[in-house]
Design a protein around this ligand. Structure first.
Ligand SMILES: [Zn+2]
Length: 753
């Protein structure tokens, strides 16, 4: 019933835009389908023979409340936005809540903590934060390995228990090895999914989702929970007052995470989820996370249980806007000589886009000192990058005070700019939902509903058009392409956050950058957009492919998880087969990406780092994630030394020449000098013929050799003014033309004629 068409559209959308890491170019189309499903709510019954939620004596409001509450708020926040974030969630929730209310089933609260229950009738008040008690065991983060998951049955390998992880994303083909949930066989009358915590823990709650799939909709509507210490003898979570088995109400769509806290936490090693009811004509399919606290282990029987440590004493928490501002201020107060906080603009909701600058001379571009930047959180729900940058600024400050030579050198030789939150509005939305309930999409977009990584001007198309016409670089430059006129029109859909970053890019002569995302483990490098129009994926290297591959490999090669040869793929692609790096367009085309824009509009080389399988890891994971990334974050910054650098000066005055063009033979992409005439040209080791040219000067060519030694290799230029330029300047100064110059000019004129 139109389903094929819509799903086809969805597949197209997915392959087109950002199929994997974002997974969520898809929700628009998917939610459309969902709405269609919920419109037929009465026919979406529960499976036969199983009691409906109303028959279970449950109070659905109690578990739905936190979600409906927060969903409403966040959806409201997206009302003004464009297409993807419509009112659908509100509608859907309202339908369900109303329907259930009519059935008037007063029942015991399923949730054990009052903080997550609200009265749906009242205007929802936003709690400061959703904290569902114990931390996750790690189904989503992959801390729980595949071998710890077991099930009564599975429809196929791709729907095996190892796929029953919260937020796991399916591959493009249904029925392949990477389907979107654990699904029991349809004839399995007593399905269960089991998690072995490997040592006793205190289980406190369960988060579930339905199946993430292109063609199918499946979700479990209720389940029971059992525990065991030996996987032989099991006991069931009971209802306090009735003494009956607890039946937890579960999902009503494939994506929204639903939390159930146990009425009484249980200490055990094994936990089983036993689906009781599910979508009619469907199968019991779910994705889950288990919440569990460590229990004291006086005899140290399970030493592997405690490995989440970092040797650095840093603030390992998630920071909302206020807390982030406070932390940055603290770092600034601790290290006033090497830090400066500034804002590059405001989000749509008026939150400032704060940058922490770190250098020995903050606030100043020193001649010859390269500028580097890290940008995190352009997708607000991809929260790890933000915290890593906040940790990095603390770390650099502490280590500088301690006199660490590596950090001191870094801060003396480079000027570092850290933007932890490019989309603070989106982050606040995600933060309020909490790390386990935020799901895959909420908070991704700005408050206006804009995906910032599609919002930069597409300069690839005009460049490639000019290249195809044979105009580059003689008529059209191969660098610093101008903003297209449509992009600067008053009614152009350009987010304030995007403009703020563009102006920032133009203001500071950045050389190197990385921008941090989450939801995968891979480093991707430009171009992000495929050269063949509408191709979903296609290898599209830049003229600087060698440099970009080097930069990406440096990050991937020094990141601990990416280097873990035993790690399993996050979702459906195994990037470890290619060194955990990929050309962006070869993964999925992204028109209007920040990386491509940065490369084509400025001198700055930028890559995308996908930091973790889990977009919003639990706070408990932060020390480990810091350790995973610490060396990579430092080593990547040090790559700004790779290649050549120098100053282009006027031979007579010895003044630096701004906007001189540095061209490298064989690389069809030039860079330009900053105001002081200084430049940096990232290059991998090799012999290069480098040309410096500037208006009014004779072009100078020289050989520059980049070795494996630490650079940058100095490659300075002295340019001589052309006679024409000298004349122009003399005449402008009101002077008479000296005889030698006049003779030269006459000679030239004669040659021309
Ligand atoms: Zn992202």
């Amino acid at each position: 019933m139109g389903g094929g068409g819509s799903a086809g559209a969805r597949r197209k959308e997915r392959t087109h835009r950002e199929p994997r890491h974002s997974g969520l170019a898809d929700p628009p189309a998917m939610w459309g389908l969902l709405l269609a499903v919920t419109a037929f709510a009465p026919s979406v019954g529960l499976s036969l023979g199983a009691p409906s939620a109303s028959e279970l004596g449950l109070s659905p409001g109690s578990t739905l409340a936190p979600h409906s509450n927060l969903t409403q708020t966040s959806t409201k926040a997206n009302e003004t936005s464009g297409q993807h974030v419509r009112l659908r969630v509100i509608k859907k929730k309202k339908i369900i809540v109303k329907k259930r209310k009519k059935q008037r089933q007063p029942g015991p609260l399923v949730t054990a903590r009052p903080s997550v229950t609200t009265n749906p009738a009242k205007t929802p008040t936003l709690p400061e934060k959703q904290e569902p008690g114990c931390p996750p065991l790690g189904l989503e983060s992959l801390r729980v390995s595949d071998s710890q998951l077991e099930a009564s049955s599975s429809q196929s390998f791709g729907l095996g228990p190892h796929r029953g992880r919260l937020n796991i994303q399916s591959g493009l083909e249904d029925g392949d090895l990477y389907d979107g949930a654990w699904c029991a066989e349809q004839q399995d009358t007593k399905p269960w999914l089991q998690v072995d915590a490997k040592h006793p823990v205190r289980f406190s709650g369960i988060v579930t989702q339905g199946r993430n799939s292109i063609w199918r909709y499946d979700w479990v509507t209720s389940y029971k929970v059992q525990f065991s210490n030996d996987s032989q003898t099991w006991w069931t979570s009971k209802n306090h007052s009735s003494g009956m088995d607890m039946v937890f109400p579960a999902n009503s769509d494939p994506e929204t995470s639903v939390l159930n806290l146990l009425p009484e936490p249980q200490v055990a090693r094994f936990i089983r989820l036993l689906p009781q009811t599910w979508l009619q004509k469907g199968a019991p399919c779910l994705r889950a996370e288990i919440l569990a606290c460590p229990v004291s282990d006086p005899n140290d029987l399970f030493p592997e249980a405690h490995t989440l440590a970092s040797s650095d004493s840093l603030d390992f928490r998630h920071h909302n806007y206020k807390a982030m501002r406070k932390l940055m201020k603290q770092v600034n107060e601790q290290c006033p000589n090497i830090t400066r906080i500034y804002s590059i603009g405001k989000s749509h909701q008026g939150l400032k886009l704060y940058v922490m600058e770190m250098s020995d001379q903050p606030g100043e571009h020193e001649l010859g000192e390269p500028e580097v930047r890290y940008v995190a959180g352009m997708h607000g729900n991809e929260a790890l990058g933000r915290e890593l940058l906040l940790l990095l600024m603390q770390f650099l400050c502490h280590e500088f005070l301690r006199g660490d030579p590596r950090v001191t050198r870094l801060l003396t030789e480079t000027r570092i700019h850290l933007l932890p939150s490019m989309n603070p509005d989106g982050y606040e939305t995600a933060y309020h939902r909490g790390s386990e309930l935020v799901g895959w999409a909420e908070g991704r977009w700005t408050h206006q509903g804009i995906d910032l990584n599609h919002n930069f001007a597409d300069l690839n198309t005009p460049l490639w058009y000019a290249e195809d016409e044979g105009l580059v670089p003689h008529t059209v430059p191969n660098h610093h392409l101008p903003l297209p006129s449509y992009y600067t029109l008053p009614n152009a859909t350009v987010a304030p956050e995007t403009w703020a970053v563009i102006k920032w890019m133009k203001r500071i002569p950045f050389v190197l950058s990385a921008n941090f995302h989450g939801g995968e483990l891979v480093v991707s490098y430009p171009f992000d957009m495929t050269r063949t129009p509408w191709a979903a994926r296609e290898l599209t290297p830049t003229p600087d492919d060698a440099v970009f591959r080097w930069l990406s490999t440096v990050y991937a090669g020094t990141n601990r998880v990416m280097q873990d040869t035993d790690r399993r793929p996050c979702h459906s692609e195994d990037f470890s087969l290619h060194g955990n790096v990929i050309n962006g367009a070869d993964w999925h085309t992204v028109p209007g990406s920040m990386n491509d824009f940065s490369y084509l509009h400025t001198n700055c080389f930028e890559v995308t780092v996908e930091l973790s399988c889990d977009k919003f890891p639990h706070e408990k994971e932060l020390p480990q994630e810091w350790e995973n990334n610490k060396d990579a974050l430092l080593t990547y910054l040090e790559q700004v030394r790779m290649g050549i650098a120098g100053v282009v000066r006027d031979k007579d005055t010895e003044l630096g020449i701004a906007d001189a063009v540095i061209a490298v033979e064989g690389i069809n992409h030039d860079v330009t000098t900053a105001w002081g005439g200084d430049y940096w040209r990232l290059l991998t080791p090799g012999d290069y013929v480098v040309t410096a040219s500037a208006e009014g000067y004779h072009t100078v060519k020289q050989h520059c050799q980049v070795t494996f030694e630490e650079g940058p290799v100095p490659c300075n230029f002295l340019l001589t003014k052309t006679p024409k330029q000298r004349l122009r300047e003399l005449l402008a100064a009101g002077a008479k033309v000296p005889p030698d110059l006049r003779r030269k000019l006459e000679q030239l004129r004669g040659q021309k004629n």
